[in-house]
Ligand binder design. Structure first.
Ligand SMILES: [Zn+2]
Ligand SMILES: [Zn+2]
Length: 135
C-alpha cells in the first residue's frame, strides 16, 4: 500500500497561548488509508472497511467542539473547502468558512485559536476568550 508523508494530509490547530492541540483534521485520498489507521485496533478497522467508499476521500476530525470518531467519507469539493479554510495565514473569517463546529477554537475578535482550557465557561451560556471576547 502506498504511504505518503503525513505532513501533506494532516492539518492541526494549536492554542495561541499554551500550544495544546485544539483541532486536528486528517485527510486520506481515495484508495489510501488514513495515516492513523496503523494504530487502530480491529474494531475501528472493520468499521472503516465497511463504510469507506473507494472513490471518496476520508476525513477524521478531532477538536474540542467536534469529533467524528473513525472518520467519514468526504467529497473532493469538501476537501478543497477545508484545506482552503486552514491555509496560512489563518484567520477567523477563513476558518469560519469551513463550517466546522466550534470554528477550531478561533476567537472572532482575536483572530487566533484557543483551547477549551483558555475559553472560559463553555456551555449553554457561551464562552469568553482570555481577552474577554464572547462567542
Ligand atoms: Zn490553551
Ligand atoms: Zn478574543
Amino acid at each position: 500500500m502506498r504511504q505518503l508523508p503525513a505532513l501533506w494530509f494532516v492539518l492541526s490547530v494549536a492554542c495561541a497561548l499554551c500550544k495544546v492541540q485544539v483541532a486536528r483534521l486528517e485527510f486520506a485520498p481515495p484508495g489510501v488509508v488514513p495515516v492513523s489507521w496503523y494504530s487502530w485496533g480491529p474494531e475501528p478497522r472493520a468499521f472503516y472497511e465497511h463504510v469507506r467508499i473507494p472513490g471518496s476521500w476520508w476525513l477524521i476530525v478531532e477538536s474540542d467542539a467536534y469529533e467524528n470518531g473513525v472518520g467519514e467519507n468526504l467529497g473532493t469539493a469538501d476537501v478543497d473547502r477545508l484545506r482552503t479554510a486552514f491555509r496560512y495565514p489563518r484567520t477567523y473569517a477563513q476558518v469560519h468558512g469551513a463550517d466546522l463546529k466550534g470554528d477550531a477554537g478561533f476567537c472572532p475578535d482575536c483572530d487566533v485559536p484557543y483551547c477549551a482550557q483558555h475559553w472560559r465557561g463553555i456551555g449553554s451560556l457561551g464562552a469568553q476568550c482570555p481577552r474577554g471576547h464572547a462567542r
